[in-house]
Design a protein around this ligand. Structure first.
Ligand SMILES: *[C@@H]1O[C@H](CO)[C@@H](O)[C@H](O)[C@H]1NC(C)=O
Ligand SMILES: *[C@@H]1O[C@H](CO)[C@@H](O)[C@H](O)[C@H]1NC(C)=O
Ligand SMILES: *[C@@H]1O[C@H](CO)[C@@H](O)[C@H](O)[C@H]1NC(C)=O
Ligand SMILES: *[C@@H]1O[C@H](CO)[C@@H](O)[C@H](O)[C@H]1NC(C)=O
Ligand SMILES: *[C@@H]1O[C@H](CO)[C@@H](O)[C@H](O)[C@H]1NC(C)=O
Length: 321
């Protein structure tokens, strides 16, 4: 349950390595932004519910494919979108924060998967696929923030095609999920070549490749390898200068640790909130949506003891009574 907190602590313990890893999310996030732009450019006189394939600049993204579909979030929640390339989006997907129309952007990173989502110790058996959601209010917008969503009923299924067969003698394949922070999380497959998710992100099937490429032997260095920004190195022989240097390095380390802790805790709190929603969904306490004027808004059931109402008829009665 507290896996994310565990990841946070691990990151703090291995600051050196998390710095190296932090480069790839930045690269992947820049790609997300670029692909959002190209996906939106595919919308020339768009029709709601029709999938448009984006045209990418041939020079540097050959092998990547991107598509986009615009939907009303009410329709996404009530009907899902069952056939979006490898993704089967079920009913009950709730977008947060609420916007009236959304764009579902599909990524297939093809042979660029390893470049944007390097995963030491694992081999990809399938390209990395992405499913992100944006506000559709301005189809000329660039640099949009991704919206969150939660599958409040059954999960979104990802049916991978053209999965490479598992190398002889290696462990069972696993699903990997990257949220926007680039931290990988592993889950078991739902079925052959099928993964599931309740959230946005990037997905693939991997296999442990440690037999092929063993990880680096941990070295027993005492100080973490943090480069000091503009470190003062003038007072080399003097013990006073040495003390100052130690003080500066110590201060920087303390600051970085504190900053990381704050960021980690904020992320942990947010993820925990979403996790609670997921759990509630799994327990059948799905969010009910009520018609509020012309727009839709999520509402919680009044009390826990109230019976679960399925019919739209009842909602209308409630509305007009
Ligand atoms: C979009 O691309 C997919 C394959 O990537 C293809 O099957 C589909 O026909 C394309 N759609 C359009 C409208 O070109
Ligand atoms: C690809 O090219 C475009 C312009 O042609 C550039 O803006 C972008 O940064 C390049 N992307 C990569 C990953 O090199
Ligand atoms: C992916 O394949 C295309 C050709 O199909 C090639 O131009 C590109 O460099 C490849 N990308 C990587 C990261 O190998
Ligand atoms: C891969 O499997 C080996 C055991 O076969 C295990 O020691 C190692 O930790 C695994 N690697 C990863 C990255 O999970
Ligand atoms: C839509 O986004 C573009 C690019 O960011 C901006 O120039 C334009 O003013 C926006 N339009 C509206 C209606 O907000």
């Amino acid at each position: 349950m507290d896996f994310l907190l565990f990841v946070c602590l691990l990151q703090l313990l291995f600051l050196g390595s998390s710095r190296v890893a932090a480069q790839s999310p930045a690269r992947a996030r820049a790609l997300d932004a670029m692909l959002q732009d190209y996906a939106y450019r595919a919308f020339v006189r768009p029709h709601t519910g029709i999938v448009y394939n984006a045209t990418l600049p041939p020079a540097n993204l050959t092998g990547v494919s991107v598509s986009a579909v615009r939907l009303r979030s009410g329709s996404l929640r009530r009907k899902g979108f069952s056939d979006y390339f490898e993704f089967a989006v079920p009913t009950g997907v709730v977008v947060q924060p609420y916007v009236e129309r959304v764009v579902l952007v599909y990524h297939n990173l093809g042979n660029w998967s390893d470049y944007y989502y390097p995963l030491a110790g694992y081999t990809y058996l399938s390209p990395v696929l992405g499913l992100l959601v944006y506000d559709a209010a301005n189809l000329s917008a660039v640099g949009l923030q991704e919206l969150s969503f939660v599958a409040s009923g059954s999960p979104i299924l990802i049916n991978f095609i053209n999965v490479r067969s598992v190398p002889v003698g290696s462990a069972a394949p696993r699903c990997v999920w990257f949220d926007l922070n680039g931290v990988p999380q592993f889950r078991d497959l739902e079925a052959s070549n099928v993964c599931s998710t309740y959230r946005r992100g990037h997905f693939s099937i991997v296999v442990n490749s440690s037999e092929i490429a063993p990880g680096p032997v941990p070295s027993g260095n005492i100080t973490p390898p943090i480069p000091t920004p503009g470190g003062p190195s003038k007072a080399k022989g003097s013990s006073k200068g040495w003390k100052i240097a130690v003080g500066v390095v110590g201060g920087v380390v303390a600051l970085v640790l504190l900053g990381s802790l704050v960021v980690c805790l904020a992320r942990y709190k947010r993820d925990k909130k979403l996790a609670v929603m997921e759990r509630n969904a799994e327990a059948g306490e799905t969010l009910r949506m009520a018609q509020v004027g012309r727009s839709q808004a999520p509402v919680a059931l009044g009390t826990r003891t109230q019976p679960v109402i399925e019919s739209e008829q009842f909602l209308k009665v409630v509305r007009f009574s």
